[in-house]
Design a protein around this ligand. Sequence first.
Ligand code: M6R
Length: 368
Amino acid sequence: EKGGYDYFMLKEIEEQPRAVADTLLGRIGDGGRLQLDEMRMSESELRSVDKVIVIAAGTAYHAGMIAKYAIEHWTRIPVEVELASEFRYRDPILTRDTLVIAISQSGETADTLMALRHAKEQHARVLAICNTNGATIPREADAVVYTHGGPEIAVASTKAFLTQLIACYLVGLYLAQVRGAKFPDEIQDILIQLAQAPEKVRETLDRMEPVKELGRLLKDAERVLFLGRHVGYPVALEGALKLKELAYVHAEGFAAGELKHGPIALVDQDLPVVVVVPPADRPLLHDKIVSNIQEIRARGARTIVIAEDGDEAVVPFADTLIRVPELPTLLQPLVATVPLQVFACALADAKGLDVDQPRNLAKSVTVE
Ligand code: M6R
C-alpha cells in the first residue's frame, strides 16, 4: 500500500502535485472567477467580515501564518493567527463579523475543536479547512472548504500542508473577489500562477536527489537552524518542525530579521543553517536575506540556501544551493517547503529512524 516507496511519507510527498491539482480542481472558473459555493456563506455575509482569526495547531498553524500574509494583502482585512491551544484559554475579542478559520487535516484535533467551540459560543462564524470528509471540525463549523489531499498516513504532515495553503489562498482570493479586489490585475496573475502550482511542485520534486544526499551527509548534526522572512518565516518553522519530529534533532526556525536580536549567538561552524530566500519580485526582502546569509557565513556556519531559479546573488554565499521554480513571493511556500520535507525524511532515514511513526507522536491529537 506504500506504492513501492519505503515510507508513506515519501509516497505522500510525491503525491503533492496531484493533491494540489485536486484541491484546485473546479474552483477556478472561466475568466478567473473563483467558485467556492460549497463554502455555504453568502456573499453578503462575506462582505461584512471585518476581522479574520485563524486557529490551528502544528503544521496547520504554519499554513495559517502564511494565510495571514496573503489574505491581508489581497483583502485588506486584518488577520490574526493563533495556536488553537492558546486561543481556547484566552478571552478573545470576537463579534458576528469575525470570520474564524479553523485549519485541520484530520478535523479531529482536540485543541482546534475546542477553540472552534469557544469561537462559536461568542457568535463568530467559523469556516473549516479540512482534509477529512465529515470529521467533527467541519461538521461543527458553519462552512467548510475541503482540501483534496487524500488520506495522509505518515505522522508528519506534508501533502496536507500544501493543500491547506491552496485552500487558504482560494479563500483569500474569494474574499477579495466578493468584496472587490484592490489590485485586480495582481489577483488575476496570482490565479494564473496558482493554476501552474501542480507543475511547479512536480518540477521541484524532480530536483530532490541532492537534497536526499544532504540529509544523509548531515545525519549526525545535533542542531539545525532554519531562517526565512515574510512567508519564508513560517516555511522555516515548518522545516524545523519536520526535523524535530522525524529526526529528533534540535531544530529552530527564526525570522531572519531576528537573527541579530539573539539567535546569531548560536551560530558557529557546527551549525548548519537553512535559509529560505524570497523571490526577486520583493527586492528589498531579497537583499536583506542575502546579507543575513553573509553574516552567517562569516561565522563559519554551513549555509544551505533555498532560492528560486535565476537568483545569482546568493551563489557566492551558499555551501549548498537548492533551486526551486519561480513563483510570486506569496505562493513560494508551495515549492520552498518541499525540499525541507525531503531533507527531514532523508536525515531521519539515514539515522535509521521510523519515519512514518516517530516516537511519542500520534497522527491525530484527540486529547488536549
Ligand atoms: O490534523 P491537524 O491538522 O489538526 O493536526 C495538527 C497537528 O497535530 C499536525 O499538523 C502535527 O503538527 C504534524 N505531526 C506535523 O507534521
